[in-house]
Design a binder for this molecule. Sequence first.
Ligand SMILES: Nc1nc2c(ncn2[C@@H]2O[C@H](COP(=O)(O)OP(=O)(O)OP(=O)(O)O)[C@@H](O)[C@H]2O)c(=O)[nH]1
Ligand SMILES: [Mg+2]
Length: 318
Amino acid sequence: MFNIFKKRHTENTSSENKSKPTLRERLTKSREKIGDSLSSLLLGKKSIDDDLLEELETILISADIGLKTTDQVIESVRQKSSRKDLSDPSSLYNLVKEELLSIIVEDNEMSEINAKPFVILVVGVNGAGKTTSIGKLAKSFQQAGKTVMLAAADTYRAAAVEQLKVWGERNDVPVVAQSTGSDAASVIFDAYDSAKAKGIDILIADTAGRLHTQKNLMQELEKIDRVIKKQDPQAPHETMLVVDGTAGQNALNQAIDFNKLLNITGITITKLDGTAKGGVLFSISNELKLPIRFIGVGEGIDDLRVFNAKKFVDAIFN
Ligand SMILES: Nc1nc2c(ncn2[C@@H]2O[C@H](COP(=O)(O)OP(=O)(O)OP(=O)(O)O)[C@@H](O)[C@H]2O)c(=O)[nH]1
Ligand SMILES: [Mg+2]
């Protein structure tokens, strides 16, 4: 059901896109930390030796790629460069680029399930960018010709419901909410009924930010899951974890922990436009083997991009 969505993004060359900053422009910091650092490293180097690989290792780690994934990349680069008998250090640039591209799990088609409503449950720690991403997603789906409804299941703060309503109003998307303090699962239950009755295509549920260590809050997510399954045993059709790209290796640890407790099916990484070094995307993808669906590259409504591994890597390697 998400093929249309994918198509829109590959075909969209309309005037709306002309003013839209390129991915390259938005990923400046990541490019500095990865592509540019690698170029400088290779400048004037005569051969690929252990010292060079050690310096490469430092670059990857300081770009947030993480120890485990860095080790893997270095090992593979070491083997390939000796096997192919690469003596020219400049060939290392493309080798590292290819290696990083190969570890990304990309899939923007979500599920094959043709459910109506298709339910997307959005989870993550406080401030990761869940609500903002939902607002942006709602617009994208609408532009792809889908009808969307939002469920305000972050019932802890009145401001959270208000924030979602603002996004709903901007896009003219209905938002189902209850009073502060009400049961999150019941909000989603009601929203599902309403979406079903109205023939809505996609229901996106916002949830309160939480840490994996907050047992009662994690139980709340389990309850949401249980309750929604009474309406559709296959729902939620997507459990999307949103992580903050600027959180570096903490983002990786959060993703690992959430994935242990919930059946996460896709990941969105936000705030890659800011000080994020970008490397965390590789380590999350490599260690969780879960698809990256979207990336957030700004606060505006058009700043959530369908993730494309090749475009991402091209943008951070000049
Ligand atoms: N620069 C930038 N800022 C972003 C991006 N995504 C979200 N933000 C900002 O991050 C802040 C937090 O976003 P929210 O969407 O409220 O985060 P949340 O996960 O819903 O937070 P809680 O509901 O408190 O758990 C807001 O100021 C957003 O504008 C992004 O891709 N880039
Ligand atoms: Mg929120």
